[in-house]
Design a binder for this molecule. Structure first.
Ligand code: HEM
Length: 487
């Protein structure tokens, strides 16, 4: 078999994002192994109209109406009747499944698996997750219908969940997302994706290639045609408490207004400067969050709210990195959104979400870990947009896919060491990621940097993001699906 990279053998949406406006996930349980294997084989045959065709990484000559892809849980591989030798060659975290790793990745309290949506509560029964990407609901419906037609005796769709891009790449909480992604050696043109970080080797995400660790490749599950070109996905349904988040920004802004260091954090008159800068700023259309200030201008309290929101994330809500523009979301000279590193930009708080998730070239305690835990992120919001004028209790959040060649060394290490223990830097040890860490209001803190002074310590952050479901999935290459179909 071929071992050099061939895009037609890799499922799509791994190395390059689809950038479609809608997604539907179908959670599936297998009823008959042989019939399901046979059906999976049909997803490789573009001339077979009885099943949707798997979309590969191969470049498109024209934009397809929909993209169809799948991931398999460990229980799914078992249900498909892979040999014990093959099952045993998969890594432990994947074999155990996401629910069994709950404590390690912060799925405790209200996020614990017993509070997850029904389809995720019985991990023995969740075997496959299909995803359909398209630009309208009609295509999602049509592909789901095709998946379900004539397959009643093979498998059953347990649940469906839709996501949508309601404002380009904006996520609930108002931030622009999907900016920083690993770019891969030999795949992405560095001139097109300027980035101060090194490009990632293919093995950071695909099995069978060199990784960011010198001389190391992640073990390829056996037999090779099954494991090669596969990747692991932490699929997560993450509920966001938007009302709680905005309320916390109010509390923090009120507290900061009376803080003795407020003048250093936000010098008097800053609100006027921002208002002028916003009108002159060329790229303000990149996300609509700040449009609400176009008519009214900013008040001093608005500035403090936005300063806190930016510090918690590491980027202003329009995506501008704090590392390059620490005091305004509207820098006079527009800055790159991707081409930066932390040694050059001390304006980004050590504890911010983006800096914790990816310390880039910054000095960290686990120095060997710089650049080795990169994650490909493919996510879309779900649920209605939150309207502060009409608060509601509807569920909304992010349907997140966190892809890596090794769940333990990449996804879990980030979730545990960096987001929740803060082991990467003594200045954040003992605190959690402010956006999605396991925060307890009584204990939580976050240090807000103040120019030329000691940081201001914010306290009382609640948990803003709760897990509502998820599973570890293996995303097989196309030859692997052929292999499974042929068993
Ligand atoms: C609802 C939950 C989450 C929200 C609202 C959220 C939001 C964001 C935002 C706004 C950014 C900045 C945009 C960008 O750099 O592309 C970002 C970056 C990032 N997030 Fe999250 N995120 C969430 C969950 C997670 C989880 C579970 C992880 C996994 C460990 C994660 C890992 C990352 C990484 C690696 C980056 C890029 C950092 C960089 O390279 O500079 N996020 N996130």
């Amino acid at each position: 078999m071929k071992t050099e990279f061939d895009p037609t053998e890799v499922q799509g949406n791994i190395l390059r994002g689809y950038r479609r406006s809608r997604v539907r996930y179908l959670m599936v349980t297998i009823k008959d192994a042989a019939k399901t294997r046979q059906w999976l084989g049909r997803t490789l045959d573009a001339s077979d109209s009885s099943a949707p065709t798997i979309t590969s990484e191969a470049p498109w000559s024209s934009r397809p109406d929909y993209c169809f892809n799948l991931g398999i849980s460990f229980q799914g591989l078992r249900a498909l009747q892979l040999s014990e030798a093959s099952l045993n060659s998969f890594p432990d975290e994947y074999r155990l499944g996401m629910a069994a790793r709950a404590t390690k990745i912060g799925d405790v309290g209200n996020s614990a698996p017993e509070h997850w949506h029904e389809a995720f509560r019985d991990s023995e029964a969740l075997h496959l997750i299909f995803n359909i990407h398209a630009d309208d609901q009609a295509h999602l419906d049509a592909v789901q219908k095709l998946v379900e037609s004539g397959t009643e005796s093979a498998f059953k769709v347990l649940a469906a969940r839709d996501g949508w891009n309601f404002d380009g790449s904006t996520v609930h909480f108002g931030y622009r997302d999907n900016i920083s992604q690993p770019r891969f050696q030999g795949i992405h043109d560095p001139a097109r994706y300027p980035d101060a970080q090194p490009q990632s080797p293919l093995g950071s995400v695909l099995l069978g290639y060199p990784t960011a660790y010198e001389g190391l490749r992640w073990r390829v599950p056996e037999p090779t045609p099954l494991g090669h070109n596969g990747t692991f996905n932490a699929f997560r349904i993450l509920q966001q408490d938007v009302e709680g988040f905005e309320h916390y920004l109010d509390i923090a802004a009120d507290e900061l207004q009376n803080h003795p260091q407020a003048d250093r954090l936000a010098p008097p008159g800053i609100e006027k400067r921002w208002t002028e800068q916003q009108h002159a700023y060329k790229s303000s259309a990149e996300n609509h969050w700040f449009e609400r200030y176009l008519d009214t201008g900013f008040s001093y309290r608005d500035v403090l709210r936005e300063l806190v929101a930016a510090a918690l994330c590491g980027r202003w809500r329009n995506g501008v990195p704090m590392a390059l523009s620490p005091d305004t979301p509207f820098p006079d000279t527009p800055v790159s959104l991707t081409d930066f590193d932390y040694p050059q930009g001390s304006g980004c708080p050590f504890g911010s979400h983006t800096r914790r998730c990816n310390p880039r070239g910054g000095h960290i305690v686990q120095r060997v870990a710089n650049n080795t835990r990169r994650l490909v992120r493919r996510g879309m919001p779900y649920g209605p947009v939150y309207d502060p004028a009409h608060p509601d209790q509807q569920e909304r959040g992010l349907l997140g896919n966190f892809l890596s060649g090794n769940l333990g060394a990449q996804f879990e290490a980030v979730m545990c060491d960096w987001l929740n223990l803060g082991l990467q830097d003594p200045r954040v040890t003992g605190s959690n990621d402010p956006l999605l860490g396991v925060n307890d209001e009584k204990l939580s803190w976050f240090d807000l940097p103040v120019p030329d002074s000691t940081p201001i310590r914010l306290r009382g952050l609640p948990r803003f993001v709760d897990t509502r479901g998820g599973e570890y999935l293996f995303i097989p290459g196309l030859p692997a699906i052929r292999h499974i179909a042929s068993l």
